[in-house]
Design a protein around this ligand. Sequence first.
Ligand code: HEC
Length: 194
Amino acid sequence: MNVKLTLGIVLSILLVAAVIAVAGTKHDSGEHAGRAYDQEFARLLVKLELQTRAVIAKHYVKADETHRDWLAHNLLLPAAVADNVFHEVVPEVTEGRAWVKMIVDEPRNPNNAGDAITPAMLKELRAGNDSVERSTKNAYYYGEPIRAAKTCLVCHGSPQGEPDPYFPEYAKNGWETGQVVGAVIARVATETHD
Ligand code: HEC
């Protein structure tokens, strides 16, 4: 039951995300409006990813042992779902214009590798900022911090370098509760009007 409920919630969120993103691609106004829209869009993507994770995490924590194992083994983890799903959904519905990733120093999932802009953004969040943005010639970036909670430490905590008990192909990261361990960053490419 719990599993079905969780899946239902996840799927509804993804549907909402897809609808919003598809609606987004239909937008075509002037260049200034386009820029403001890009900012809104990037913020929305970051919040969707964070919120999706929060909802999944809540159900993961509430689930009993059997369901937790099921969730873990099917990669229905807070982070894994958001990464694996958003990695495909966002570029697909925006025709390659946008991405949203979970940026950390050493990503387990190569889909989370950032670009030349993201390391400095993560550094700024580690310095204590609640959000960070960048505008380059080609894109707008927006990011918010990811903080480790107690529930994350079973897989990402200490001792650093020892195998993650659920996913032994990865090593534990040595994270501590409350630490800013990464950033959810969205990149929206500037629309070209030619
Ligand atoms: C049951 C083990 C487990 C738990 C609990 C867990 N994670 Fe993870 N986490 C993983 C795995 C496995 C991956 C890589 C999944 C993949 O291949 O996409 C991952 C990936 C990530 C990433 C993406 C960066 C990367 O390395 O690719 C972040 C950020 C992250 N986790 C943060 C968290 C936070 C914050 C929590 C607690 C709210 C948490 N995780 C709880 C196992 C876990």
